[in-house]
Write a protein that binds this ligand. Structure first.
Ligand code: TEU
Ligand code: CA
Length: 559
């Protein structure tokens, strides 16, 4: 397995709308990001993945792009963006941009043209079909509720939108569209960026003939999703994209791929196939969903999480590469979801961080994770902004008469705004994010949980992350070592060994508020060198048996 800078890097995701507002309009912006680069440098990260900053009417907060070559007015100007890149490179930080090319905004010039007439030169940039018996061309459902088709009167046809009605899917079958995308990628690559995170990139190839799906909302539950996930030409498109846009630049790529399995991921990430460097897979964030999808709540069981991670760790051990994440701008906050965001919030945040940074793969930190930020509960649905959440609420409560409280409960657990509340910089009004009214309310816990407090406290989650990131730089075993479970059947302890060039590392994680006992396999000596732990631990301790404290994490290098 080859050594690569992007395998050794730690990546930090910025959701710009919620990061830092520089001008008091309540919306995070590029100047705000620049003002926090020293903070990120101190944290020790190597790369920033910037969620979309392009021109957009913001139906889906920038994931609906109306101009791929300009910066959203609310976020600043191209000059501001160029300064951001320069200030980052000056500090040795790399920048990867979000590439959203499964769909554009319906306000993109291509779509404005496309909908004008059937013979418009841009018609085939999108996916248009006649209706079937007076209704939609097929039964596919949008990821954001309702049919995936919208009728357009002008030409009496429907267009496909797997996301919102303002996000028409681009037609990748059209070679002209593909060339436009590659040109646009080179536009950014030539400005000196260091790679792309590719939004739902495994959706770009749809099955021939667009037939009805057996299970319309098959996104998380194949076979339905097979109609537009990992479609027949996906590998051709990615290889062509590599050849025509990416080759010749020393950049990294990560493809966001709902519904990808290990076997597919190997094809996407095997080095010699030249597709993408790694994928964001969704298996572990679908474990707490029932047959009704993400809003159908189920408990998150550690054993299921461990089975899933183990499958991926083993599956991509020799070939391909894993990305490691527990939250992002679409997922709830990790302490609230996988551990305890109340009495053991700090221990939990550190334990989960230990987990992510001691697995094989590239760790991603989502903004605020390094502070142990938590989910939020707003009383009123009017305080929510996310289109996925609002569409779902409308469909279920207003459309189907489902119970308001029950639906709110699912929003509290799964809603995307949990992760999108503004970053809590200090304990002043609105957490120091803005001097105006924030576009989305700040989590009321900002007085206790904020960056200023964390930086001043040597035992904070922030300083723990710094230490972990530093250790990963000094210990290649954390990046490249193999992975094998210890105590594979335990309900509360998730433990493993990593091995690399004759060295062994042991990781013990207690995923519970109890005090279970860790038992070292007999083939080890009784002592190790303690690399890091989230409680005070005696470095000289005999570790053949260790009673772990609630959410305790320890990492040892064995002698
Ligand atoms: O997300 C893709 C995706 O599958 C989401 O629907 C995700 O699973 C969902 O939010 C979880 O409920 C990407 C972006 O990350 C997301 O922010 C966009 O809304 C979406 O694509 C459309 O561009
Ligand atoms: Ca602003």
């Amino acid at each position: 397995m080859s050594e690569q800078w992007w395998k050794e890097a730690v990546i930090y995701q910025i959701y710009p709308r919620s990061f830092m507002d520089s001008n008091g309009d309540g919306i995070g912006d590029i100047k705000g990001i620049i003002s926090k680069l020293d903070y990120l440098k101190e944290l020790g990260i190597d790369v920033i993945w910037l969620s979309p900053v392009y021109q957009s009417p913001n139906d889906d907060n920038g994931y609906d792009i109306s101009d791929y070559r300009n910066i959203m007015n609310e976020f600043g100007t191209m000059t501001d963006w160029e300064r951001l890149l320069e200030e980052m490179h000056k500090r040795g930080l790399k920048l990867i941009m979000d590439l959203v090319v499964n769909h554009s905004s319906d306000e993109h010039a291509w779509f404005v043209e496309s909908r004008k007439s059937k013979d418009n030169p841009y018609r085939d940039y999108y996916i248009w079909r006649d209706g079937k018996d007076g209704s939609e061309p097929n039964n596919w459902e949008s990821c954001f509720s309702g049919s995936a088709w919208k009728y357009d009167e002008t030409t009496d046809q429907y267009f496909l939108h797997l996301f919102s009605q303002k996000q028409p899917d681009l037609n990748w079958e059209n070679p002209k569209l593909r060339e436009e995308v590659y040109d646009m990628m080179k536009f950014w690559l030539d400005k000196g960026i260091d790679g792309f995170r590719m939004d739902v990139i495994n959706f770009i190839s749809k099955v021939n003939g667009l037939p009805d799906a057996e299970q319309p909302d098959g996104r998380q539950y194949a076979p339905g999703g097979d109609y537009f996930m990992n479609g027949p030409k996906i590998h051709d498109y990615l290889q062509e994209m590599h050849e025509k846009a990416l080759s010749g630049y020393d950049v990294m790529t990560v493809g966001e791929m709902p519904g990808v399995n290990v076997e597919e991921a190997k094809l996407y990430t095997a080095e010699e196939r030249k597709e993408v460097n790694m994928v964001f897979q969704f298996e572990h964030v679908d474990l707490d969903a029932g047959p009704g999808g993400k809003w159908d709540l189920r408990p998150m069981k550690m054993s299921a999480l461990r089975d899933s991670f183990t499958k991926w760790q083993k599956g991509l051990e020799q070939e391909g590469w894993n990305s490691l994440y527990l939250n992002n701008h679409d997922q709830p906050r990790m302490v609230s979801r996988f551990a305890n965001d109340k009495e053991y919030r700090v221990e939990s945040a550190k334990m989960l961080a230990t987990f992510l940074h001691t697995l094989k793969g590239t760790p991603y930190i989502y903004q605020g994770e390094e502070l142990g930020m938590t989910n939020v509960k707003f009383d009123s649905i009017d305080d929510y902004q996310d289109i996925e959440t609002l569409n779902m609420y409308r469909e279920k409560v207003i459309g189907n008469g489902e119970d308001h409280d029950k639906v709110m409960e699912s929003i509290y657990v799964k809603g995307r705004d949990n992760a999108r509340t503004p970053i809590q910089w200090d304990d002043t009004e609105h957490g120091g994010f803005t001097t105006g009214e924030p576009w989305l309310k700040v989590n009321p816990n900002y007085k206790e949980i904020n960056a200023k407090q964390a930086m001043a406290d040597p035992d904070s989650v922030f300083h723990y992350y710094r230490k972990l990131i530093g250790l990963r730089k000094e210990n290649p075993i954390m990046v490249y070592g193999s992975y094998d479970l210890i105590m594979p059947d335990h309900d509360q302890i998730y433990a493993y060994r990593r091995q690399y060039e004759g060295q062994t590392m042991i990781v013990m994680l207690n995923f519970s508020g109890d005090t279970p006992v860790f038992k070292l396999p007999a083939d080890f000596e009784s002592k190790g060198e303690l690399l890091i732990s989230n409680y005070d631990a005696n470095a000289e301790e005999d570790i053949r048996e260790v009673e772990l404290r609630p959410y305790e994490a320890r990492v040892y290098i064995m002698k």
